[in-house]
Design a protein around this ligand. Sequence first.
Ligand SMILES: Nc1ncnc2c1ncn2[C@@H]1O[C@H](COP(=O)(O)OP(=O)(O)O)[C@@H](O)[C@H]1O
Ligand SMILES: [Mg+2]
Length: 246
Amino acid sequence: MSAKVIAVYSTKGGVGKTTAAVNLAWQAASEGRSVLLWDLDPQAASTWLLRVKPRLRGGVDALVRGKQPAHKAIRESQVDRIDVLPADESYRDLELALGAEKKSETRLAAALKPLQKAYDVIILDCPPGASLVAENAVRAADVVVLPLLPSALGLRSLEQVREIIRGASRRVALVGFLNQVDRRKRTHVAATDRLPREDSQISDVYVPATVVVERMGDARAPLGAYAPTSEPARAYAQLWHLIRRA
Ligand SMILES: Nc1ncnc2c1ncn2[C@@H]1O[C@H](COP(=O)(O)OP(=O)(O)O)[C@@H](O)[C@H]1O
Ligand SMILES: [Mg+2]
């Protein structure tokens, strides 16, 4: 068995990548799968949400150079069956660390390889931008999950992410979904109706904009732990079912 690798990625920040990464991890774990969440963002938001200490001996540099095996940096989270490879400040230099290596686009895939037998699912919480980090994440992934804000500007990231996927020389599935949908806005309602019909890579499952999601920061826990029957929790459950088949 080899873990399914899921990169939660967008060129844009603040669209719901970390929120999706943590909640999809929870969904997979609640089905009995063993999950590793690799936090690739120096902001370390998913590390923090899952209550893991953001410290890494030797920094991420040692990881991508293969000097420190990834399994030594992995920590258990508070949630059963979710382990975290935490981010820390050193991730600010990940771009440079990757650039300095040979085969710089596939270093993450190489670092993941020995972990793939130990987990059922590996989720990469990516930083924004169209960088070498992104290229590495996409090349390591079986599926790219892309949160989209329902606006013209938000949708531009769809083409940008597709471009990066085209650059990876392997088959990578794309699952886009609308996040922060406000049903009081006609444009949002129109987007949830039209986009999934017009684009087979945009799911008809969307996540509403709600304070229940914002409360994750206070709870420092996935939605499943404090609001399992809420609408967004159910949306992530449905998304997980799509993603695991993608
Ligand atoms: N569906 C939603 N409803 C309300 N707030 C949301 C929703 N999705 C994300 N947020 C909030 O938006 C902010 C950015 O989300 P985050 O997942 O950190 O984005 P990213 O990882 O893409 O930068 C966070 O404060 C988060 O709580
Ligand atoms: Mg994030």
